[in-house]
Design a protein around this ligand. Sequence first.
Ligand SMILES: *Cc1c(COP(=O)(O)O)cnc(C)c1O
Length: 409
Amino acid sequence: MTLVNEHFLKLPNNYLFADIAKKVNAFKVSHPNARIISLGIGDVTQPLCPAVIEAMHKAVDEMANGETFRGYGPEQGYKFLRDAIVKNDYLARGIHIDANEVFVNDGAKSDTGNFQELIRWDNSICVTDPIYPVYIDSNVMIGRAGVLEDGKWSNVIYVPCTEENNFTPEPPANRVDVIYLCYPNNPTGTVITKEALKKWVQYALKNDALIFYDAAYEAYIQDPDIPHSIYEIKGAKKCAVEFKSFSKTAGFTGIRCGYTVVPKEVMASTLTGERIPLNNLWNRRQCTKFNGTSYVSQRAAEATYSPEGKAQVREVIDYYMTNARIMKEGFENVGIKVYGGDNAPYLWLRTPRDMTSWKFFEQMLYEAHVVCTPGVGFGPSGEGFVRLTAFGKREDCIEAMNWIKDWMK
Ligand SMILES: *Cc1c(COP(=O)(O)O)cnc(C)c1O
């Protein structure tokens, strides 16, 4: 008899977006002629920029020729891309990262989910709430999260992100081993200041804890004082691993490329107190379980750093951020309280009259024909909020806001 990993059975069956799809389909059945606009999607809609397309065509041509064909690449990523990352994402901000500290991957989801393999099952973990579900679910699968009780995992410390703390909470009062942070934040669209992030880094250094920092939306930051990387904070190279992705930066959700930075100084201990560098362990893990990101994808990622690539990527981000501004102003004009949307492609709406997330979701669907994402799906502190994304097409954003204006009248 083969025994199953029962930790998987603790995961709730229904996935948030499947529940949403079910409700949207029910609406479509009863309203076959109604047009619906979805502002709930967490996927980009604009095509890849010309510099990326050109680099991909060139890479495909190389693969078509025996002289320039490439098979397996380095598990850690090609040097041309690791060097471009170091130079453009770090050196340009005064941060010194070695190319050997950069691990190219097939997107940030894999590594934000996998990295926890390097630490023992009985470490305590802390998340901000609401949160990107991957961080918790990957810990559930290995048995670290405990059991689900009233919407919370018994072994997870939740730090609520609320209106009162402006969605950037203080570190917990008690000691924890690992902290997951995501800024700019999905789902709230809010950011963290250098001062606030410094408190988390100091907490981690003082408590010998680790921070897993997800900066997938860093490129959307508009305000020059907001940190793009946790390594902008002194001491972070001793306690933080950073995850980045080309998915939201350059529309790579279908191409697949991201990277993880594991500084050489980041350590975890054995029971006898020996300090083990996680860079070596992650390298070992990747060489066993990962065979590299495709050459074509890595050339595509490299192209986002050329002068043309940078300008074109910026144009698409500006497009989404203009959507965000149109949507935010639209909701504010009808008297709805909106957070986020200034430095991230997400808007976090307070539901009127303390309506639940799902109730507001249904009202907006049935009365305005606009789809959002119920905030409670991202964690208990998301109750009373819904998330909207700015990743839609401009004309859809404008039309949806007109429908909402008529609905709220
Ligand atoms: C979209 C997203 C990512 C990136 O996922 P990929 O696997 O790189 O496509 C990472 N973290 C968060 C919070 C995200 O929303």
